[in-house]
Structures are given as structure tokens and as C-alpha cells.
Write a protein that binds this ligand. Structure first.
Ligand code: ZN
Ligand code: ZN
Length: 399
């Protein structure tokens, strides 16, 4: 954390409910201490950064990200975790839930031990708020790219092994509520203050509702790998759209869901319950081609699409949060304060961290992203320090 004081001037500033079109921010000891409209007059003693009319928005928070730039979190190698975190920092992500996918269970435990240690000790790249385990407690009927033979029943002894391997750094677990032990698992996680996220599920409406009532607070990539909405059988999708309390992740690349589906989800859930996520794999940032990134099969990256090679089964995305943010702006008529909720504030709330992050407000950490007029990331600040600055902005943001 930076100990000194700095000012970012000449900025458009995105607040939770409004926008300052020209103003400045004062930051001290890594936290926002003043938010002002108008021109900044220097006393000569502060460190001043010139945002040159760029937009300061809360840093992106990605609740569901598996990797990037060749690194995956489902690895025992901390160097891979670092690659992914550094990649996403460059695209505006200040905080994330590092997410694992299903592997053979003993390997998963070893991976969680390593990922928990690297997440807590490595200060480079996006911050890791906690770990999200996607699989093995999911449905064999909706596995997506997960290997069915590696899935497990939701036994409490297994989740205890997961939590203990990760040294109590598990923040979110994807659970299919209808699998044996699913509801008990959701209740158990809720007691432990760990978020259950309904996903990879073939639940009926009633089963998904039971999951929500048992304490599930989020939805893993709403619509994808989930019993769909049908007019006589509303499925898990219907239960999530019909229930106000539960949050819903959406993967917004225009491939996983149609842009009209995003608008429909927004109408049902509102801007206070949607979380934009990347579900990015290690291939985010890589050129097209065929890669061996899953243990037992190859995947192909074709444009923005990643599939299990030779099939149409989607295997995560090639997204970063900046792309997702821009897609949201393109697909729906949302204001920048609304965009900041679905890309940051809602995620901070579900993670229980809204007193520190998720919006530009006095007292919160200065976790910020500076966007240009095209909404491309110019620089990313974590706790008052520019952790990434692109070459065009080096001079304006140098000390
Ligand atoms: Zn998934
Ligand atoms: Zn995923």
C-alpha cells in the first residue's frame, strides 16, 4: 500500500449513482479521502496525476476467472497463477475470485493448497479475494467441459477436505442443488459464510428454489450449463430470474449468451443483481489454434470462441473484463454508474467486501481503472498505486 498522498485530476469520475464530468480525487494511504468537482489547484506538495479527461471507474471485480495469457489457476505452479493475475490486471481487474475447474480430486486438493498460498503471498497482478471452486459438486447431466468421471457427490467430508486444503481461502463453491447431498452442502457452506453458486445444474424450478432457500446467493454463468427456461418447465434459469435475492453471473462475449438474453436478464434481475464475469481460461490473450490445456483433451480457440476440440462444447472464454464491460455497454443501454455496478459493486457486495471496494466513495480503497473515450483500459490502480499503465499514458501518470 502506498503511504503518501496523491491526486488524480482532470477526470470523469463514476460514482455509484451519478457521474462527475470533470473533477479530481484525493487519495491518502491507499484510500479515497476526497471526491471533488471542478479544477484542482495544487499546493505544490502533492503528487498529481493528470487523467486528461479519462474516466475513473471502480476497478473491475471478476468472480469467475480460470486463467489468462497461458496461466491457469487449476495448476500447482504459482508461476501460472501469476501469469493469469498479471494478464487480468492489464485489462482493469483489480480483484478476483481465482477459479478452479474439476480435476481428479487429490490433484484438486494439491492445487488448492498451492493457489491459496500464492494468492495470499504474491502482491503482483489482480488481488485474489478468495478461491471459487467450480466442480466437482456439479451435475453429470450438465458438465460442460468438466470431465464426468471426476465429478463427486456433495459429501460434507469432501468439502471439508477442500476448505482445509485451501487453508480456509474458499469463498465460493459452484453447487448443483439436485445432486445427492446438494442442499445439505449449500446449508453447510452458508453456515461457514462461503457463497454457494448454483450452476452446472439440471435442477427443476422447485429444486433450484430449494437451493436458493437453503442459502445459495449466486448463479454460475446463468443460462450456460443449466436447465433452461421453458414455458411449462421454468428450470433453474426460471428460478433465478424469478427470485430477487439471488445474484447471477453472465459471460458476455456474445457467444455464451445472445445479447438479447442479456437484456432480458437485466430486466428480470436489475442492475443490482447481475455480475459480469469472464470465465476466462488460460487461452485469454492467446492467438487462435489448438491447445492441450485440459488434462485429457485438446481445446480449440477460434476467434473469441473456445471449444473442446472437434465439438461445439464451450470450454470457457477468451475474455477479459474490459471486453465484457464494453460488450455490456454495446448490448444494453446502461449508464456508466450502472455499468460500474455490474462490473464491480455487486461483486464486492456478494464477496462481503463493499466497505472496502466496488465503488468510488470516500473511505474505500483506491482500486480504480482509468478508461479512455473508447472505454479501453489506460491504467489500473490498486490501493493508491498504479500497478499497470499502458505506454500512451506513462508520461501523464508517472511520478
Ligand atoms: Zn462452467
Ligand atoms: Zn468456469
Amino acid at each position: 500500500m502506498q503511504s503518501g498522498t496523491c491526486v488524480i485530476k482532470n477526470a470523469r469520475i463514476v460514482l455509484p449513482e451519478s457521474l462527475i464530468s470533470h473533477g479530481f480525487l484525493d487519495i491518502s494511504k491507499g484510500r479515497i479521502v476526497r471526491i471533488s468537482e471542478g479544477d484542482f489547484s495544487s499546493t505544490g506538495s502533492e503528487l498529481v496525476f493528470d487523467a486528461r479527461g479519462g474516466t475513473l471507474s471502480p476497478g473491475f471485480i471478476d468472480l469467475h476467472v480460470h486463467g489468462g495469457n497461458g496461466g491457469t489457476f487449476t495448476s500447482i505452479d504459482p508461476a501460472e497463477h501469476a501469469l493469469a493475475r498479471e494478464f487480468h490486471l492489464k485489462h482493469g481487474t483489480t480483484s478476483m475470485f481465482a477459479s478452479t475447474h474439476t480435476t481428479e480430486f487429490s490433484s484438486l486438493l494439491a492445487i488448492l493448497k498451492s493457489l491459496s498460498a500464492s494468492s495470499r503471498s504474491d502482491k503482483n497482478g489482480s488481488k485474489v479475494l478468495g478461491i471459487h471452486t467450480e466442480g466437482p459438486f456439479i451435475s453429470e447431466h450438465k458438465p460442460g467441459a468438466h470431465v464426468v468421471a471426476q465429478l463427486k457427490a456433495a459429501e460434507l467430508s469432501s468439502i471439508d477436505e477442500v476448505i482445509s486444503a485451501a487453508d480456509n481461502f474458499i469463498s465460493m463453491v459452484t453447487v448443483a442443488p439436485e445432486i445427492p447431498g446438494g442442499l445439505e452442502l449449500i446449508k453447510y457452506l452458508t453456515q461457514k459464510d462461503i457463497i454457494s453458486s448454483i450452476g452446472h445444474t439440471n435442477a427443476t424450478y422447485a429444486q433450484a428454489l430449494a437451493g436458493i432457500q437453503a442459502g445459495a446467493r449466486s448463479t454460475t454463468h446463468l443460462f450456460n450449463a443449466m436447465s433452461p427456461l421453458s414455458h411449462r418447465d421454468p428450470g433453474a434459469v426460471g428460478a433465478v430470474l424469478d427470485n430477487e435475492a439471488i445474484y447471477a453471473e453472465v459471460i458476455l462475449d456474445g457467444i455464451h449468451i445472445d445479447e438479447a438474453i442479456f437484456r432480458i436478464a437485466l430486466k428480470c434481475k436489475g442492475v443490482d443483481r447481475i455480475n459480469l464475469i469472464t470465465d476466462a481460461t488460460s487461452l485469454a490473450g492467446f492467438p487462435d489454434g489448438e491447445y492441450r490445456v485440459l488434462s485429457d483433451r485438446a481445446v480449440s480457440k477460434i476467434g473469441g470462441k473456445i471449444v473442446v476440440a472437434g465439438t461445439n462444447t464451450l470450454a470457457g472464454s477468451a475474455l477479459d473484463m474490459n471486453m465484457v464491460y464494453k460488450n455490456a455497454a454495446k448490448f444494453a443501454q446502461l449508464s456508466q454508474p450502472e455499468l460500474s455496478k455490474i462490473s464491480s459493486l455487486n461483486a464486492a457486495k456478494i464477496a462481503g467486501r463493499e466497505s472496502d471496494i466496488g465503488s468510488i466513495e470516500i473511505g474505500k480503497l483506491a482500486d480504480l481503472v482509468l478508461l479512455d473515450t473508447e472505454s479501453d483500459v489506460c491504467a489500473t490502480m490498486i490501493e493508491g498505486e498504479w500497478k499497470y499503465v499502458n505506454s500512451a499514458w506513462k508520461e501523464a501518470l508517472s511520478r
